[in-house]
Design a protein. Sequence first.
Length: 389
Amino acid sequence: MVGAACAYYAAQAGLTVTVIDRGPVAGGTTGTGEGNLLVSDKEPGPELELALLSVQLWHELAASLPSAIEYEAKGGLVVASSDDGLRALRGFAARQGEVGVTAHEVPADGLGELEPHLSPGLPGGIHYPQDAQVQPALAAAHLLKAAASQGRNQPRSRSRPRLRLRLGEEVTGLLTGADGAVRGVRTATGEVRAPYVVNAAGTWGGDLAKLAGVELPVLPRRGFVLVTEPLPRVVRRKVYAADYVADVASGSAALQTSAVVEGTAAGPVLIGSSRERVGFDRSLSTEVLRRLALGATALFPVLAGVRVMRTYTGFRPYLPDHLPAIGPDPRLPGLLHACGHEGAGVGLAPATGLAIARCLTGGEPPVDIAPFAPARFGPEPLGPGPRAA
Ligand SMILES: Cc1cc2nc3c(=O)[nH]c(=O)nc-3n(C[C@H](O)[C@H](O)[C@H](O)COP(=O)(O)OP(=O)(O)OC[C@H]3O[C@@H](n4cnc5c(N)ncnc54)[C@H](O)[C@@H]3O)c2cc1C
């Protein structure tokens, strides 16, 4: 998703881009997550700034991309389980409101109007109309397609494809020149020359950084999703319990689960959310699935009688301060990073892509990217750097 967005905005800015992926489109975390575009779960700060720009950009993209990406500006609803919890949510929303987030408190007797199947007796919640959703794999694919069509309406003499897609090809090294700057990448089948390389390798961004001789401590943070059989719209929005925000912000490696339930345009209800750092372990955890199901049925009792169609797991690209790495790497001229977006990479992709395109073309990034500085975890290059080309 992030690589597709970088390619889209770079092609739009007139650059020629080669996207290299060792797998298929959306074969990484993008194909194993959900597609929420959230401002509601972010506290005021650099990530929220990126999210606010991204929801606006997603809105614009949705107008030009096919409806197949399932963009839905459905809004989010965060519900409290106690009066104290509601007070905390109210304070959080007030601080978000100061930086441009729209949030409306919903009293207990207003919850049913927004979500008729929500469990009765909850004390209230906060409605976030800016939250939206896309289908991530389709969104990535259509963004790449749109990138490929950039420049097609140029006069014939200047018309050339702005995007080349090399799938099933692994990057195995970086090429550098005598001046030490990036000259492209080496892949399993040859070399791709370019003055700039953008590391959009998601959870594997740390491995790619290592190939470039620099440190970026991206770790996998595992999550499971339960997918129900297609239903009529029993859940209208993304609805989640207040403790979700604390789980997202936690640095603990231990298992955390909180109830997150959302209806989709296609019918299935998606149920999350879990977080744990267990490396790239793909084994099914019935304990996690049990907790997810319990949380969801507590919020929406109607789901107790519904069948789960499948479950899947993915690995969020986690950096220790929960912020992505975006921008040029001062340790290796010509290398840029756009990875480590953890559980928000779909939402944050457009603003990231636009920022990268601006960096590549010498423009001003649309938001301050200093907090996302790629060298913040280790300012010095690692041992001997990549081999000169
Ligand atoms: C359960 C779950 C739920 C989630 N829900 C949401 C959500 O609701 N909203 C949201 O915004 N985000 C969500 N996320 C997070 C989101 O999915 C990720 O942040 C996002 O997909 C990351 O995108 P990416 O492009 O950075 O990484 P990826 O999609 O992983 O793409 C990286 C690509 O790099 C390729 N690659 C790696 N190394 C190499 C190499 N050496 N050579 C060539 N190619 C290479 C991989 O094949 C891969 O395709 C969720 C994640 C999970 C696991």
